[in-house]
Design a binder for this molecule. Structure first.
Ligand SMILES: NC(=O)c1ccc[n+]([C@@H]2O[C@H](COP(=O)([O-])OP(=O)(O)OC[C@H]3O[C@@H](n4cnc5c(N)ncnc54)[C@H](O)[C@@H]3O)[C@@H](O)[C@H]2O)c1
Length: 450
């Protein structure tokens, strides 16, 4: 059993802390947000994440997991300090490391001899060296600590499973002994551990996310083409995904990737490429095409509203960036709603778990707590998150409540042929106007977005 400090109790930090305690370690998780810490310490998990509450409550009950605001003291008492801090986009797309540098300033003076600082945050190539420098500058003793890059690949909505059953564990370390000590923390996790340089580990995370963004954008482009030539993207991706060289995951078209990771990580990689003098043309095109995908959804809504959004009543189902999470960061739904509102549409929105009038990006939107109420008097219904519950609602009732008959299903989540039979003018993504298959894809796959 090792003593571990986890600095940052957000989506990654809370999951990391709870799962490391589940693996038998003695874990203290520190965050500057006193309210979050108070709730976590009481076993009241402030984020929606499958299994997290059970795993955290087990750790708290066993005394192996604690939460605190005492960042410096927590780090000082630990053999391993995991940094799970935010690295948002800066003004030019670069990763903003100020939270990481600030935390280094807090923990450096008290670090014990032999401490290993583990970067779990997504940070650009060179960041392990930068963290080392920040710690030295803030008073850590030279030669007495090591920094290891251990990027996190979990997906929100299945974070606990992603942590405890990962495809691989990537460790970037300067020496095998340090890597071995961190690898030992994951002894009971059944996954290959790949040891590499810190630079390669840092690049692995960005390359993986940029590839996933590219793949989703590619599928969206195929979907757009399917609409023009009369093919059905659901059938096409089924045929593609069974090719062992391709695989079925991350092949679901939609309103463009979003969330707190893919947009900021593609921007950071593009920034890093520019700084290194490399024109990453492919990734530049991905980012442009992704934002164009949002516009395509707006155009569909506009067409269904009779050619103008001004004065149109639009019902929105789904606000989170994907199903299974309460995370609204980078949500395509918020981007699309903002455009609708600016164009003069009256938007009434419903999401099963998130969003209220105070949510940034929802100014001027009537957020309601009932999917039917959202549809009352609407000209068009738009599905922007693939929540399962939407598929089994009473569409006869929805039809009766709406003023118009337009449905734009940006996630291919609803049974389109059934809706057409009820008199809706249903439109999905990448599906021909008259498709009559009720198949809407595998649930688990549909929900896979980082
Ligand atoms: N969310 C994901 O799905 C995911 C997946 C893989 C990797 N990542 C990466 O992990 C990192 C963290 O992401 P997240 O989604 O958990 O962020 P988050 O915003 O949910 O959590 C960050 C936490 O750090 C705390 N914090 C900020 N400064 C602090 C300080 N000085 N001391 C202590 N706590 C401090 C904040 O209060 C917050 O609770 C990012 O680099 C992200 O790119 C995220």
């Amino acid at each position: 059993m090792s003593s571990i400090a986890v600095i940052g109790a957000g989506y990654v930090g809370a999951t990391t802390a709870a799962c490391l305690a589940w693996l038998g370690h003695d874990v203290v998780c520190a965050d500057v947000d006193a309210d979050k810490v108070r709730r976590l310490a009481a076993g009241d998990i402030p984020i929606l994440e499958d299994h997290l509450e059970a795993v955290a409550v087990a750790g708290l009950a066993a005394g192996r997991l604690r939460f605190t605001t005492a960042v410096a003291a927590t780090a000082a008492a630990a053999e391993f300090v995991f940094l799970c801090l935010p690295t948002p986009s800066g003004e030019s797309g670069e990763a903003d490391l100020s939270a990481v540098v600030a935390a280094c300033g807090q923990i450096a003076p008290g670090l014990s001899d032999g401490t290993i600082v583990v970067n779990k945050s997504t940070m650009p190539v060179g960041s392990a060296r930068r963290v080392e420098k920040a710690l030295l500058a803030a008073g850590a003793a030279s030669g007495r600590f090591s920094v290891v890059s251990n990027p996190e690949f979990l997906c929100e909505g299945s974070a606990v499973r992603g942590f405890l059953e990962p495809d691989r564990i990537v460790l970037g370390a300067d020496d095998p002994e340090t890597a071995g000590r961190v690898a030992a923390l994951y002894r009971d996790v059944d996954a290959p551990v790949i040891v590499m340089t810190p630079e390669s580990a840092e690049m692995t995370k960005y390359a993986a996310n940029a590839y996933l963004a590219t793949r989703l954008t590619f599928v969206n482009s195929i979907a757009n083409l399917c609409e023009l030539v009369g093919a059905d993207v659901v059938e096409v991706t089924c045929g593609m995904g069974l090719d062992g060289r391709i695989g079925p995951r991350f092949l679901q078209p939609g309103p463009g990737y979003g969330g707190s990771c893919l947009p900021k990580d593609t921007a950071a990689l593009l920034h890093a490429a520019r700084s290194a003098g490399f024109d990453f043309e492919l990734l530049r095109s991905v980012v442009v095409a992704n934002s164009r995908q949002r516009e395509r959804i707006v155009e569909k809504i506009e067409a269904q509203a009779g050619g103008s959004l001004a004065g149109a009543a639009v019902a929105v189902w789904g606000l989170t960036f994907k199903a299974g999470t309460d995370d609204l960061r980078g949500s395509p739904a918020l981007d699309i709603i903002e455009v609708l509102v600016v164009a003069g549409a009256a938007v009434r929105a419903y999401d099963p778990v998130a969003g209220d009038a105070a949510t940034p990006g929802l100014a001027g939107v009537d957020v309601v707590d009932d999917p039917y109420l959202a549809c009352k008097g609407a000209d068009v219904l738009v599905v922007l998150t693939e929540w399962d519950e939407f598929r089994t609602l009473d569409f006869d009732r929805v039809r009766g409540l709406m003023a118009g008959a337009g449905v734009v299903d940006a996630r291919n989540a609803l049974p389109g042929p059934w809706l057409r039979r009820l008199g809706f003018t249903y439109e999905g993504v990448g599906r021909p106007a008259g498709f009559d298959s009720l198949e809407v894809g595998n649930d688990e796959e549909r929900q896979e977005t980082v």
